[in-house]
Ligand binder design. Structure first.
Ligand code: NAD
Length: 485
């Protein structure tokens, strides 16, 4: 039996408990066993973390970009060295499958290395505004950045997304999700070893206490939030009550994949299943959860997708043969089952899965079948609401205008995917789709250096490219009068 994990927060270079000594328990979603606990950080802990980050900020900003970059590379190496321990812990804390989880750790390390190398690109500009003067800009860090992390890719969002703010010369307070906080405590141990005290602080705790305190903390002027739309709105409101803060929001999606009749179905239909991210039990923001099939390929497409999804192996997330593990928490499990009920009540046609798997094979835990509903229409809740679970909807369309209208007929605009062999059709569709990250004849993959983020209620700002690095700086323009008389 695996060891019980006692996580601690990292504040000012020390691994600590919460000021009031309270804890939150972590539950393995595959078994419902309590596998660890973390401090239930409160406002006082956030204040101590912000204070430490504020004190560490001038010295961190005064390092050269290369010096900061070297330390980020050391964090990346330490993360790779701890990979097995983190994978073991995070599988038990999140239910994410081992094959994909290893990629998350690699992606976090690569992000640290990418921004370490990019730090030297924090350049300003010179502008020939007058004949004798010198007019130039510099990029300066904000000071302390607050980052709030969702439950679905815990180590990637905690470790990978600290790269850009740190490279830009900011210090940080990070708040992991209370649903899967354990790997962030290992990250805290790594940061304690590698970074000067106070540069990275990690405060575990509930969103309503530690999260809100972080947003309202006056010393944190730049907030990066990843999570759901309702929480994103709450973050905007709370921040605005305190100060003028710089915010980026990476929020949810109800992402369309449009398949035209000329598409290569042998490639497109398996991609539709991959794009739904069943390996994360559908819990990935970029998932293509609405498959829009042209009427001429609809029946064949529905049948083939249903067959592929029915063949997915649901099982122990530690087994490399498992395609899907449990969903992350009891709340997620109940939400997924509720949406299955809604879809049935609303008249969608169940073509794969559709049931809880709790029973003989899985006596406990949050297990649901990978599920596909066909004949989903815009009036249905499943069409427009983000389930963030393993449910794929299939929608029929007749004309390209209708396909685009269906794709855009939701509050979200995160990702989209277009499948056709015709370049003109592809480009015309891409221009008309309201989304920030679009694949043509592809799904899922985030390409290095290309910025990710949403239109509409899917967010503000872009991450993963140079724009993310710049977003953690504020430009300062300087005007030098070389001839003061
Ligand atoms: P969530 O909004 O419930 O929680 C996210 C984080 O916010 C958690 O750390 C939580 O503790 C904290 N929080 C909750 N209430 C808060 C408050 N009042 N003030 C400050 N912080 C608060 O989201 P979740 O369920 O953890 O994650 C799933 C959501 O995240 C989905 O909607 C998904 O699409 C989205 N997501 C988006 C991206 C992206 O890049 N666009 C990536 C991953 C996940």
């Amino acid at each position: 039996m695996a060891e019980f994990f006692h996580g601690r927060m990292l504040i000012d270079g020390k691994l600590t408990e919460a000021v009031d000594g309270e804890h939150l328990e972590s539950v393995n979603p595959a078994t419902e066993e309590v596998i660890g606990r973390v401090p239930a950080g409160k406002a006082a802990d956030v204040a101590a973390a912000a204070d430490a980050a504020d004190r560490a900020a001038p010295a961190w900003a005064a390092l050269s970009a290369q010096e900061r970059g070297s330390l980020l590379k050391e964090v990346a190496s330490a993360l790779r060295a701890e990979s097995d321990r983190i994978v073991d812990l995070e599988i038990r804390d999140s239910g994410n499958t081992i094959r994909k989880l290893k990629l998350d750790i690699a992606a976090a390390a690569e992000s640290l290395e990418y921004y370490a190398a990019l730090a030297g690109e924090l350049k300003g500009e010179t502008v020939p505004a007058t004949a004798h003067g010198l007019h130039f800009s510099m990029r300066e860090p904000f000071g302390v950045v607050g980052r709030i992390v969702p439950f679905n890719h815990p180590i990637f969002f905690a470790a990978g997304k600290m790269a850009a703010p740190l490279a830009a010369g900011n210090t940080m307070v990070i708040k992991p999700s209370e649903q899967s906080p354990l790997s962030a405590c290992v990250l805290g141990e790594i940061c304690q070893q590698v970074l000067p005290p106070g540069v990275v602080n990690i405060v575990t705790g509930l969103g309503s206490t530690a999260g809100e305190a972080l947003v309202r903390e006056p010393r944190i002027r730049r907030i990066a939030f990843t999570g759901s739309v309702p929480t994103g709105l709450a973050v905007q409101r709370a921040a605005a009550e305190v100060a003028v803060k710089s915010l980026t929001l990476e929020l949810g999606g109800k992402n369309p994949m449009i398949v035209f009749p000329d598409a290569d179905l042998d490639a497109a239909l398996p991609a539709a299943v991959r794009g739904m991210n069943f390996n994360w039990a559908g819990q990935s923001c970029g998932s293509q959860s609405r498959l829009l099939l042209h009427e001429s390929i609809y029946d064949e497409g529905v049948a083939r997708v249903a067959e592929i999804v029915s063949g997915l192996k649901v099982g122990d997330p530690r087994d490399p043969a498992s395609d899907m593990g449990p969903v992350n928490s009891k709340a997620q499990y109940e939400k997924v089952l509720r949406y299955i009920d809604h879809a049935e009540q609303d008249g969608a046609r169940l073509v794969a899965g559709g049931h809880s798997l709790r029973g003989e094979a899985f006596p406990s835990g949050y297990w649901v079948e990978p599920t596909v509903f066909a004949d989903v229409t815009p009036e249905m809740r499943l069409f427009r609401e983000e389930v963030f679970g393993p449910i794929l909807s299939i929608v029929r369309w007749s004309t390209p205008d209708e396909a685009v209208a269906l794709a855009n007929d939701v509050e979200y605009g995160l990702t989209a995917s277009v499948w056709t062999r015709d370049l003109a059709t592809a480009l015309d569709t891409v221009r008309r789709i309201e989304a920030g990250y679009i694949w043509v004849n592809g799904v899922s993959i985030h390409f290095p250096g290309t910025s990710f983020g949403g239109f509409k209620n899917s967010g503000i700002g872009r991450e993963e490219g140079i724009e993310e690095l710049y977003s953690y700086t504020q430009p300062k323009f300087v005007h030098v009068n070389a001839m003061p008389r």
